[in-house]
Design a protein around this ligand. Structure first.
Ligand code: MG
Length: 413
């Protein structure tokens, strides 16, 4: 569904020049939602560049839809196809790592950082280091190299605007208050499909059951992470870096309706919260307009219709992944990178049907313990080091899980 946009900020006028955007990850889930918001009203935006991974046809379609000036594809093999698809359109075409970095650094008011996974680190860091404001959807940037990313933003004066619904709600609820005024920062979790399941039933869950998220339509990796609350754990790590709040002040509340996305409790007893219908276009629109407000035509929140909002404490016994993430945040250094990389490989292995759902958290716990023991989990001093650690842990996890599954050690279902 296409959404009509218009700027309705106080003081906004037709005379304000269009915002220049770069879309990193233009063909993914967040990229497509951003394009959906942009496509009917490009008067308020110009798109300096779009970047995709390995689907040249999809990237060409996005480039044409948003009238991008430059389209860069990460996979060099996609160059010829992209060039042919955009021939005669006047859109510049590039491919490979350098082209992606160049796109990330093109002059722009806002870079949408929505490349998924470790591939997002380098270009997003390049954008921030060039002083570009970044609307961040990539988790790994903050989980694996949070200090480096926020350090780059501080150095260049760039802003990091979170696209993730929980962090975006908190940014809005904070209202510019300093970290010292915050007593608690609370991220909500829907609880996923296993919220009411027993520990035993969760351990036997199939990929199909884990992929059936009640409220959000997302990619398979993040949906599996949500089912085990690992996603919320990764979001706690992100919140720590984004808002400069100590780990001990961060909390999770299970809220099955997914209407309240984040809350901030202040030192004077006040609590503010960010509410919206569960639609990623809401936080994306907030970032696209920031600090102004765009006018969108999405479904509006009707609290009387919803009538009841409920909240529960998370159950660490049934969702051990959340505890592992809390421990990794407390452990600091490279431990969150180990947690994230081991989790990604374990989720892949679960989706292939080779380990049970409980095998994901079990593998992550073992990977974190092993890294602590042998000193692998050092604080990365550069983005390259963060990527290297990520790579090392992935390889180890692949080897360990292959050995376990071939010997039949993990057969929960
Ligand atoms: Mg989220």
């Amino acid at each position: 569904m296409a959404i009509r946009l218009g700027v309705s900020a106080p003081g906004a006028s037709a005379a304000r020049s269009p915002r220049r955007l770069v879309l990193l990850g233009a063909t993914g889930s967040i990229g497509r939602s951003a394009v959906d918001l942009l496509e009917n009203d490009l008067d308020n935006f110009t798109v300096a560049a779009v970047v995709g991974g390995r689907d040249p046809q999809a990237l060409a379609r996005v480039a044409l839809t948003v009238r991008a000036e430059f389209a860069a594809i990460r996979d060099p093999d996609g160059y010829a196809c992209l060039k042919e698809a955009l021939a005669g359109t006047g859109i510049e075409v590039g491919a490979g790592r350098e082209a992606v970095i160049e796109a990330a650094q093109r002059p722009a008011d806002l870079v949408i950082g929505a490349i998924a996974g470790a591939a997002g680190l380098e270009p997003t860091y390049a954008a921030l280091s060039s002083g570009r404001d970044v609307a961040l959807a990539n988790k790994e940037c903050l989980v694996c190299a949070g200090a480096l990313f926020m350090g780059a933003a501080k150095r260049t004066g760039a802003r990091v605007l979170p696209i993730d619904s929980e962090h975006n709600a908190i940014l809005q609820a904070l209202g510019g208050a300093p970290p010292a005024a915050v007593e608690r920062m609370i991220l909500t979790a829907s609880g996923g499909p296993f919220r009411t399941w027993s520990k035993e039933a969760i351990s036997r869950a199939t990929p199909e059951q884990a992929l059936a998220h009640p409220n959000w339509a997302m990619g398979p990796k993040v949906t599996i992470d949500s089912a085990g609350l690992m996603n919320k754990g990764l979001e706690l790590i992100e919140a720590h870096h984004l808002f400069g709040v100590a780990a001990g002040k961060l909390d999770v509340l299970v809220h099955p309706q997914s209407i309240v996305h984040g809350l901030v409790a202040f030192c004077d007893g006040s609590v503010t919260a960010g509410l919206a219908v569960p639609d990623m276009r809401v936080p994306i629109a907030h970032c696209l307009g920031f600090p102004h407000r765009l006018k969108t035509s999405m479904r509006r929140l009707d609290l009387a219709e919803i009538a009841t909002l409920t909240f529960e404490r998370p159950d660490f016994a049934r969702f051990p992944a959340l505890r592992l993430a809390v421990d990794a945040l407390a452990g600091g250094a490279g431990l969150p990178t180990v947690l994230n990389a081991a989790n990604e490989i374990a989720v892949e292995t679960f989706l292939c049907g080779r380990i049970g759902f409980d095998g994901i958290a079990r593998h992550v716990a073992e990977a974190c313990e092993a890294a602590l023991k042998d000193g692998t989990a050092r604080e990365p001093a550069t983005v390259e080091e963060a990527l290297q650690l990520d790579h090392v842990v992935r390889e180890r996890s692949r080897t360990a899980l292959a050995a376990e599954t071939s010997s039949g050690m993990i057969t929960s279902w």
